[in-house]
Design a protein around this ligand. Structure first.
Ligand code: PAF
Length: 293
């Protein structure tokens, strides 16, 4: 099947409905374009699980703040289509804003509790914009399996909760972060790094690993101390401006009183023009096997 580019929402919906009528499982990979190896790994995973894979390629204005990089956000639809097709997608949905929202939307989806912390506190309204456009894409796509990267862990948690709260007929699949060999998580925003900054950027990953070591090797269970270990590791390097270094429950993103079981470590920091985010899992050592009788 050759790659089909669709701009019209009704045509996209009709095409995916036709696939389901034939008994095909639809895989959906929502993106804002500027595809990199992280997106391609989502498409490959979707292609392995599903009969037909559709990418969405839409830079969503609702999720950008007034001082953010909407105008400068990298766009190259021809390249995206070529890469998506090579990775196994059959359909790219790339509407204009006028096609997607013929009238400015008056409806907004807010997932309370998960969206005020971390990215939400630095980028007010960001997750309302994400949840609103993803709800719209899900409504147009219909029942499907939807693939998101763990790189945007808070976004993944918000989408999972939205799908559960609204009983949407969507199976959300979180996929592992893809990293460069030095550990830097792939992101379209890495393009903003100068070559010096790019050399230093992987420190954000090392800082996460410092937090993981504190929990897993040193048995630190005070989240404040784990956050400090990550902040110290980041400060030891180039000129990062730390936004947050957090320890959170993986489901509701609250900060635990004590680190127990699996937690998520999350960092956001500015490096030059780029604002980088990354996260990893860490698991506190459980009671010794055999335990105290
Ligand atoms: O992760 C992204 O690229 C965007 O936030 C998404 C999910 C495509 C919504 O615009």
């Amino acid at each position: 099947m050759t790659l089909e580019l669709i701009e019209e929402p009704a045509a996209w919906r009709a095409m995916l409905d036709a696939c389901r009528t034939k008994g095909q499982r639809v895989g959906l990979v929502p993106t804002m374009g500027a595809l990199h190896a992280g997106h391609l790994s989502l498409i490959r995973r979707a292609a392995a699980d599903c009969d037909v894979v559709t990418l969405t390629d839409y830079v969503n204005p609702l999720q950008f703040g007034p001082t953010e990089d909407l105008a400068a956000y990298p766009r190259d639809l021809d390249r995206d289509c070529r890469l998506a097709g090579e990775a196994g997608a059959e359909v790219v949905f790339a509407p204009t804003t006028a096609e997607l929202w013929p009238e400015s939307p008056r409806t907004s989806v807010r997932v309370e509790g998960l969206t005020e912390v971390m990215e939400g506190s630095s980028r007010p309204g960001h997750f309302d914009g994400v949840a609103t456009v993803v709800a719209k894409l899900f409504a147009l796509a219909g029942p499907c399996w939807a693939y998101f990267g763990e790189k945007d862990f808070q976004q993944l948690a918000v989408i999972r909760r939205m799908v559960a709260d609204l009983s949407l007929p969507i199976e959300v699949i979180g996929c592992p972060t893809v990293r460069d060999p030095d550990g830097l998580a792939l992101s379209s925003r890495n393009a903003y790094l100068t070559s010096d900054e790019r050399g230093a950027a992987a420190r954000i990953y090392y800082a996460l690993l410092a937090g993981k070591r504190a929990i897993e090797d040193d048995g630190v269970d005070d989240p404040q101390l784990v956050s400090q270990a990550m902040a110290d590791a980041l400060a030891a390097g180039a000129h990062f401006e730390l936004d947050y270094a957090e320890v959170a429950h993986p489901d509701d993103l609250t900060r635990p009183k004590r680190v127990q079981g699996e937690v998520r470590l999350l960092i956001a920091a500015r490096l030059g023009r780029a604002r980088l985010i990354d996260n990893i899992a860490a698991t506190a050592p459980g009671p010794t096997e055999g335990g105290i009788p």
